[in-house]
Design a binder for this molecule. Structure first.
Ligand SMILES: Cc1cc2nc3c(=O)[nH]c(=O)nc-3n(C[C@H](O)[C@H](O)[C@H](O)COP(=O)(O)OP(=O)(O)OC[C@H]3O[C@@H](n4cnc5c(N)ncnc54)[C@H](O)[C@@H]3O)c2cc1C
Length: 498
């Protein structure tokens, strides 16, 4: 007997392999290739977003426990890492329950547990000293409630799976991140965002969540019924429970055109930041800090509603790109979404990167700091002062805007923000030095770090910049009094529960 195999999985994850152990009837629906280790009980598969460390072995893991024939348990022998490979999870068990009751029993019976999405966070936020639990095996749901309008989706779904389905039914999400490969629950848990003066981060679309609590109960919280507390429960860093589904606000499907401008002088940009960020539905500025220019300005413009940018080559001193661009210097543009003003649906223009390709540079580390938008110019000037040192460790820096929201742990909580994102080279030690340098420069501007990316800011400073941390701690104590969902990252950034 062989496991059910889902076509197309290999393409997405480019041969990254992880060992899963299970019986045939417990088998995962996780790969399209032939199992490399073809006993009925143990197989090696390509697996979403995870990569093995050098000590990976294809030897079978320890024996599979099956409770009531239902609990699907995968026990790993190898070390599991995040997408970037910079985090080796300390958890030795990755569970992939196939039903919500199975997940409930698993959580109730685990002393320590944490949800793992697609593993794209660069920080240790997704680690667990106990079990890691992926909800990607829960039945896939995409249910439109046209009355609301909203869409209920299973938590483990990726935006790449959700968006085309939504579009087919005439709906859209207002915004997406730069890549579609990430899970909806994992993205919302860390306040993942795209760009747009009027667009909140992805978690602002969430109007209801359903989760399994530490005791294994199923709990539903909604924006309407849960009062202010809902603001603490969406960007929850995986610390209140394991989400099984989310309901997201939707809007009618829309089209965008994407235009790129090259080499806009930095002084022109800093002098006209407000104008430039207001010039399209979504605006991203890319610089490598090697020259005083924004190497590329990406404008995502509402087709038919917003005017195309001035075709004049003198647009803010930059030139219209004469072909498609990749934001990272030297990388081929095939991985990026269509540019040159070609009209296309929202989900094929809002992300910078296409689903079928490895996003960004692939070998990299990332950090991001969000500040009040009115400090954007000061922030750019602060980084310009250390541009040579930053450039030495940098692949690309992206500057975006995010609208204010009411989500307690969102970096845009009650402030319109500008985000300074850094895609660093894949060198942890060099990046550590760069973080110290950048954080020193930005400190007077009280930046809030992105939870899913690397930062060195300590707990006292986090307390100062995230005003609602004390409220969030109270919520953690109430939902998870034993600290089942905690890990070292949460203990050090937020505090221990007990
Ligand atoms: C190439 C690349 C590009 C990126 N681009 C952007 C970008 O444009 N904008 C941006 O803001 N960020 C970006 N990121 C960061 C990324 O979006 C976030 O780190 C996001 O959290 C990743 O989602 P994930 O599903 O991989 O979550 P994971 O990394 O697996 O987990 C992140 C957190 O979510 C929690 N979680 C996951 N699933 C659940 C669940 N079911 N229930 C409860 N909690 C859960 C985990 O416990 C953990 O705390 C990028 C990352 C990469 C690698």
């Amino acid at each position: 007997m062989f496991f059910a195999l889902r076509p197309g999985y290999h393409q997405e994850y480019e041969g990254q392999r992880v060992l899963w152990k299970g019986t045939a009837e417990q088998g995962p629906d996780i790969g399209s290739g032939a199992p490399a280790d073809a006993t009925p009980e143990t197989r090696v598969y390509s697996r979403t977003g995870f990569s093995p460390s050098p000590e990976v072995t294809s030897e079978p893991g320890s024996s599979v426990q099956s409770r009531s024939g239902e609990v699907r348990r995968r026990i790993m022998k190898e070390v599991l890492t995040n997408w970037a490979g910079n985090v080796r999870f300390s958890a030795r068990e990755l569970h992939r329950p196939g039903s919500v009751p199975e997940l409930q029993r698993l959580v109730a019976g685990s002393p320590r547990a944490r949800a793992l999405g697609t593993g794209h966070a660069f920080s240790r936020i997704a680690d667990s000293p106990g079990a890691l639990i992926s909800v990607a095996g829960l039945p896939k749901i995409i249910e439109i409630d046209a009355g609301r309008p909203g869409v209920t989706v299973s938590a483990g779904l990726t935006y790449g799976e959700l968006a085309p389905e939504l579009h087919k039914r005439g709906y859209a999400l207002r915004n997406l991140a730069s890549l579609p490969h990430i899970s909806v629950a994992g993205a919302c848990a860390t306040a993942t965002h795209g760009s747009g003066n009027l667009l909140g981060n992805l978690a602002t679309a969430v109007n209801r969540v359903e989760m399994v609590t530490a005791e294994g109960d199923l709990l539903s919280l909604s924006r309407e019924d849960s009062g202010g507390e809902f603001g603490g429960a969406v960007v929850a860093l995986g610390s209140l429970g394991i989400l099984t589904s989310l309901c997201l606000d939707v809007v009618p499907a829309f089209d965008l055109r994407q235009h790129v401008y090259d080499d806009v002088p930095l002084d022109q940009v800093t002098a006209r930041l407000d104008e430039i960020f207001a010039s399209a539905y979504s605006v991203s500025l890319f610089t490598d800090w090697r020259r005083p220019v924004i190497r590329q300005v990406w404008l995502k413009i509402l087709a038919g509603e917003q005017d195309p940018p001035d075709a004049d080559p003198g647009w803010h001193g930059g030139a219209p790109a004469d072909g498609p661009r990749h934001p990272v210097p030297g990388l081929p543009p095939a991985a990026t979404t269509d540019q040159l003003g070609a009209r296309g649906p929202w989900h094929q223009r809002l992300p910078h990167f296409r689903l079928g390709f490895k996003p960004s540079a692939g070998s990299e580390l990332q950090s991001e700091y969000l500040l009040p938008r009115e400090l954007a110019r000061a922030a750019l000037e602060a980084i310009a002062q250390i541009s040579d040192s930053v450039a030495a460790v940098l692949q690309i820096c992206e500057i975006r805007t995010v609208a204010a929201d009411e989500l307690w742990l969102s970096p845009s909580y009650r402030q319109d923000t500008v985000g300074l994102h850094f895609t660093w080279v894949d060198d942890a030690r060099a990046v550590q030095g760069a973080l110290a340098m950048v954080e020193r420069q930005l400190a007077p501007l009280r930046p809030r770090p992105h939870w899913g990316k690397l930062f060195a800011i300590g707990p006292e400073t986090l307390d100062e910049c995230y005003d609602r941390l004390p409220d969030f701690r109270r919520l953690m104590r109430r939902y998870d009094p034993s600290g089942k969902f905690s890990n070292d990252f949460i203990d050090s950034c937020i505090g221990t529960v007990s």
